[in-house]
Ligand binder design. Structure first.
Ligand SMILES: Cc1cc2nc3c(=O)[nH]c(=O)nc-3n(C[C@H](O)[C@H](O)[C@H](O)COP(=O)(O)OP(=O)(O)OC[C@H]3O[C@@H](n4cnc5c(N)ncnc54)[C@H](O)[C@@H]3O)c2cc1C
Length: 544
């Protein structure tokens, strides 16, 4: 019995129990979340005729896309840099983000019909304000490319078998049967919100295949829980800006984060707290730490001290109420042992000191987090040092690729985690087709050659300088990198240099190179090429 599933997306027929031992795919992708879908799309765009199968344990795809950003899906951010991420080294993260940049991501979605809008916070959302728009566009593209989706296909185990020639084949096993494939992508996410299907089993699969996982895996972007009966829990529902400071008990600063904070009946939430959570967990695991809040984030202890000294006969409570929510102002007075009707002139030195501390360095007695059940992302995973970042292929197991949250990369709040999923999925996709492609090798060795192609001479110019590359140009870039080329891009992401030196290049690749409108330099040192291939670049006048 064959899979026979080409209808994709949420309508996809559940092919449970339909696979038997003879099932074979060119590419098996375990996990059809943001990263898995991008890998599938870019693999499919690179080589449309191959059989790509997405296996997902969930009954419906894209649960996290749908719940993201309060149902609006914060797709990316206006500015994305490696500093917005934690986990593996910034350099490694940068390499992957640089392959599908934020402008290219916007372009990618625009071409799928999803326009994004920027909000004052810098977050980008679909103009429809509906996460469904994003998911449907991705699933539509998956369907257009004929990629198969098997819902309800949780993968329990994967066996890697390497033959005498060193070629590895994967046998992907679940209660539904098994699927054999020479290329495998683990895009199973991390452990956050396990009810969506990402329960951490993917990390276990990576381990069984020989990968090391970071020594700690912990929830990130997660609300913090205060000790039972902590006074702040009485103020549940209050939202305000604050500056959080995490330090060692010696006073040495570990991290400072400013932003909105929400007081809840269990403790603390809101963007500043979610961003701080991974630092608190990491630091408190091996030393005593102190987390404090400055409720007047634009000011400091000296200023508040001076203000209180200048109050004269004015009420201390009124001073606080002008700047803070009433209930918080009253709590701060209570903690500082200042009566509600105290005037500035009557404040003792001790009271003033207490109040300055309560306002600017309020100790937050955190006892833990709300855990993976509600965490937006997982910190830890497969270290990028074990992955070839040009292809997202494992350095340990040939044919095995990773993308998305399973990697040891977690971003701060604001669309960064999806950007990682899009970029790493994009990088993983095309190389899955490497060596599956039938490469036509060149006829004559022409030795060292460098061709200058001015953008005005290049054929198929359909984007002007200063614009983000089109999907076709991105697909071309992916094909070139997949075929072993080194590419350099300008600030807009357009390819300006292609270096194929010493690598095999074929007629088709040459034709694709000729369509890159911003290409400045093509290096073909030691490449075997013929005249017909050169003609693909246009007039021989382009030769230097
Ligand atoms: C409430 C919430 C809100 C969020 N909001 C945002 C936001 O607005 N912006 C942002 O950038 N990020 C946001 N995130 C984070 C973002 O959703 C994730 O980082 C991103 O979805 C990770 O994508 P992924 O494809 O790597 O993994 P996932 O989306 O987790 O997908 C993994 C897939 O693998 C499947 N799977 C897992 N194990 C197996 C197995 N053994 N066999 C078969 N299938 C398996 C799962 O069913 C799932 O479909 C949010 C997260 C949460 C929880």
């Amino acid at each position: 019995m064959t899979l026979g599933l080409h209808i994709t997306g949420q309508q996809g027929r559940n092919c449970l129990n339909e696979m038997n031992a003879s099932e074979h795919a060119d590419v098996a992708i375990v996990g059809g979340g943001a990263a898995g879908l991008l890998a599938a799309i870019w693999a499919g765009r690179t080589e449309p005729k191959r059989r790509i199968v997405i296996l997902d344990g969930a009954k419906r795809l894209g649960a996290k896309i749908l719940i993201a950003g309060g149902g609006r899906c914060n797709v990316t951010n206006e500015k994305v840099t490696p500093k917005d991420f934690w986990g593996s080294s910034p350099n490694a993260i940068k390499k992957v983000l640089g392959r599908l940049t934020q402008p290219q991501t916007i372009e990618f979605f625009a071409e799928l019909g999803v326009k994004l809008k920027r909000e004052p916070t810098g977050k980008l959302f679909p103009t429809t304000d509906k996460a469904k728009t994003v998911l449907e566009a991705l699933l539509g593209e998956v369907e257009r490319l004929g990629i198969e989706i098997c819902l309800g296909h949780r993968v329990e185990n994967i066996k890697a078998v390497t033959n005498d020639s060193g070629e590895t084949t994967f046998e992907v096993v679940g209660p539904w049967g098994h699927l054999v494939s020479p290329r495998l992508v683990l895009a199973t996410g991390g452990k956050s919100v396990p009810k969506t299907g990402s329960d951490g089993h993917g990390l276990e699969l990576a381990k069984r295949l020989g990968h090391e996982i970071t020594s700690t895996i912990y929830p990130a972007l997660v609300p913090l829980q205060l000790t039972d009966g902590a006074p702040l829990t009485r103020l549940s529902g209050i939202a305000l800006p604050a500056r959080l400071q995490l330090s060692e008990t010696s006073g040495k600063r570990i991290e400072t984060i400013s932003g909105d904070l929400l007081l809840t009946h269990k403790g603390l939430s809101g963007p500043a707290v979610l961003d701080m959570s991974r630092h608190w967990i990491a630091a408190s695991a091996d030393r005593a730490v102190r987390l404090t809040a400055n409720w007047l984030p634009e000011t400091d202890e000296e200023t508040v001290q001076a203000d209180l000294l200048d109050l004269g006969k004015r009420s201390v409570r009124a001073y606080l109420r002008e700047r803070l929510p009433d209930r918080l102002a009253e709590l701060l007075l209570e903690i500082a042992e200042v009566p509600l009707d105290q005037t500035g002139v009557d404040l003792t030195k001790h009271q003033r000191k207490n109040l300055v501390t309560a306002v600017c360095s309020f100790p937050l007695d955190v006892q833990g987090t709300l855990g993976f059940k509600v965490a937006e992302v997982t910190a830890g995973g497969v270290p990028l040092s074990q992955i070839d970042l040009k292809t997202m292929q494992s350095r340990l197991v040939p044919g095995l690729h990773f993308c998305g949250e399973i990697c040891d990369v977690d971003g701060r709040i604001g669309g960064f985690n999806f950007q990682w999923a899009w970029s790493s999925g994009y990088v993983a996709g095309p190389p899955l087709m490497r060596n599956l492609l039938s490469v036509l090798f060149c006829l004559a060795l022409l030795g060292s050659l460098s061709i200058g192609c001015s953008s005005s001479d290049s054929p198929a110019v359909d984007n002007a300088a200063g614009q983000a590359p089109t999907q076709d140009q991105m697909a071309t870039e992916a094909m070139l990198v997949n075929a072993g080329a080194r590419v350099e891009k300008d600030g807009n992401g357009a390819v300006v240099l292609v270096d194929f030196s010493g690598k095999p290049i074929d007629d088709n690749l040459m034709k694709r190179i000729g369509t890159l409108p911003q290409l400045q330099k093509l290096l073909l040192r030691g490449c075997a090429i013929n005249n017909a291939m050169l003609e693909r670049l246009g007039s021989p006048k382009e030769l230097q």
